[in-house]
Design a protein around this ligand. Structure first.
Ligand code: DHB
Ligand code: FE
Length: 251
């Protein structure tokens, strides 16, 4: 049965790709090389997924941002895990003692598009270790570390303390890494903190925060950095403080 949306998208996709092939006079040999390259990637576990996410996941967030009034959504990345430990407002996320990360406090308010604070929003926070790995994914870091779920109070306020993440290098020993190298690009993401906010009657909101002035903010391999999400670090009573407010759309 014909699916109108599939047809509309694939027809446009084919047109765009044909246009690129004509623009660059792609030869039959190059066409065959491209097919072999993609077949090679598909034989590696998760490689096509990695490649497509690297280049296109951000576009789903940008498309969602066009439709919504709230604060900017961003890519989810592959490392969200259900069941992060619940912590109280102001508590420290569980981290490995020996990792000696730089301390940071992230706090802010969650509001609706009407400007009113929203109580009871569940906010998942997850980020890399101070050596750029993810708990429950990479070896040696239990899944209940570097992840937490907190709940906004009556003022819509949340606050979490943790150790600062560092830049993350996507897997780069396969076809995605090869392609980025051929393009003269690197395979690094700037340091970032992931958030997922959900509450009754609200559109689920997935986003990230980046640190102003830090490495790779201007050259993210995933092209996912959105200006609004690059935040300054303030010094408040000797603490590094990032203020990240959320505006959530009604469902
Ligand atoms: C990837 C990893 C991340 O932590 C992220 O935020 C985005 C992408 C990745 O491995 O593709
Ligand atoms: Fe990430």
């Amino acid at each position: 049965m014909k699916n109108e949306r599939v047809n509309a998208i694939v027809e446009d996709l084919v047109d765009v790709i044909r246009g690129v092939m004509l623009k660059h006079s792609v030869t039959n040999d190059e066409f065959k090389q491209a097919i072999e390259f993609l077949e090679g990637a598909s034989r590696e576990t998760f490689e096509l997924q990695l490649m497509l996410r690297n280049f296109f996941e951000i576009t789903t967030a940008v498309a969602a941002n066009q439709e919504h009034e709230g604060s900017a959504a961003n890519i989810a990345g592959p490392f969200y895990l259900e069941g992060a430990p619940e912590i109280a407002n102001g508590e420290h996320i569980k981290v490995l003692e020996e990792s000696n990360g730089e301390e940071v406090t992230i706090r802010g308010h969650v509001k609706g598009t009407d400007g009113k604070p929203i109580e009871g929003v569940k906010l998942d926070v997850w980020h890399s270790t101070p050596v750029g790995t993810y708990s429950g994914v990479h070896p040696g870091i239990p899944a209940d570390h570097y992840r937490a779920k907190l709940t906004t109070d009556a003022a819509g306020y949340y606050e979490v303390k943790t150790t600062k993440p560092v830049p993350y290098q996507i897997p780069h020993d396969g076809h995605t890494g090869q392609l980025l190298t051929m393009m003269g690009r690197h395979s690094w993401r700037p340091a970032h903190v992931h958030f997922k906010a959900h509450g009754e009657g609200l559109v689920e909101h997935i986003t990230q925060v980046y640190f102003e002035g830090e490495d790779y903010v201007d050259s993210d391999c995933c092209d996912a950095v959105i200006d609004e999400l690059v935040l300054p670090t303030a010094q408040v009573n000797g603490e590094n403080v990032i203020t990240k407010d959320f505006v959530l759309d009604p469902a």
